[in-house]
Write a protein of this length. Structure first.
Length: 206
C-alpha cells in the first residue's frame, strides 16, 4: 500500500514565518529551513527574536488567520487523496497549522506543538519525534508497518524523507541550491507535474 507524505509550508501553504516576518517587518525571521538545515537551532533563534520583540503566540495566529492555501493546493490535494492515502508531515506546530488545515479540507497531519506560557509567550518547542531527522524517522516507521512511502517537500528538513522514500521522492518548488546538492532527486514547479510523478510512482496511468 502506498502512502504519500507531503510537507506543508512551501508545498501547500505559504511559509508562515516569512509571512509573519513581513507583517512585523522583522528581517531576522525571514530565514527558514530552506536556508538553515538545523531546525532546532532555527527555532530557538526564532523564539529569542519573538521574546526580544515581546511577541506572543496570538500575534502569530493573527497573521495565520489572514493566510490561504497556495493557489491550486487544495485542488491538488483533493485529487491526490482520490487515489492515494496521504499524510502531511510537517515541522510546523499544531497551534499554527489548524486554521490552514481546515481550509485544506482536514487532511491528516503529523506535526509538533509548543510550550506556551499563560500570557502567550512561547517558551519552547515540543518535537513530535526527538531524533536528528524527525521526518525521516517518521517515514521509516511508516515503512516498518508495511507502507510504501512517496514523499515531497521543498526544504532541507524534507531531504531525509524525500531521499528515504524509495517508492518515490520529489522536491517541489525548492531552491536552486538544494537542487544542485541533490541532482538525482526530481524537482517540480507545478502541481500537475508532481501529481503525474506520484501517479507514475504508484503505477497509475495518467
Amino acid at each position: 500500500m502506498y502512502l504519500t507524505c507531503l510537507d506543508l509550508e512551501g508545498v501547500l501553504i505559504p511559509e508562515i514565518w516569512i509571512e509573519f516576518a513581513k507583517a512585523r517587518h522583522i528581517d531576522e525571521l525571514l530565514i527558514t529551513t530552506r536556508e538553515e538545515p538545523d531546525y532546532i537551532k532555527l527555532m530557538h533563534r526564532r523564539i529569542e527574536i519573538l521574546n526580544s520583540h515581546n511577541l506572543k503566540l496570538h500575534d502569530i495566529q493573527e497573521t495565520i488567520a489572514t493566510l490561504d492555501p497556495l493557489p491550486g493546493a487544495k485542488e491538488f490535494l483533493d485529487e491526490l487523496r482520490s487515489f492515494s492515502q496521504t499524510v502531511i508531515i510537517s515541522d510546523t506546530f499544531l497551534e499554527f497549522a489548524m486554521p490552514l488545515i481546515k481550509k485544506l479540507g482536514y487532511p491528516s497531519i503529523f506535526c509538533n506543538s509548543l510550550d506556551v506560557a499563560p500570557d502567550g509567550t512561547i517558551n519552547e518547542i515540543k518535537m513530535r519525534v526527538d531524533t536528528p531527522d524527525p521526518k525521516l524517522t517518521t517515514v521509516q516507521a511508516l515503512q516498518g508497518i508495511g507502507l510504501e512511502t512517496i514523499a515531497s517537500g521543498d526544504s532541507y528538513n524534507d531531504v531525509g524523507m524525500v531521499t528515504g522514500s524509495p517508492a518515490g521522492g520529489f522536491f517541489f518548488r525548492t531552491t536552486d541550491k538544494i537542487k544542485g546538492e541533490y541532482p538525482d532527486v526530481p524537482a517540480y514547479e507545478e502541481y500537475s507535474e508532481l501529481l503525474a510523478a506520484i501517479k507514475k510512482a504508484q503505477g497509475i496511468a495518467d
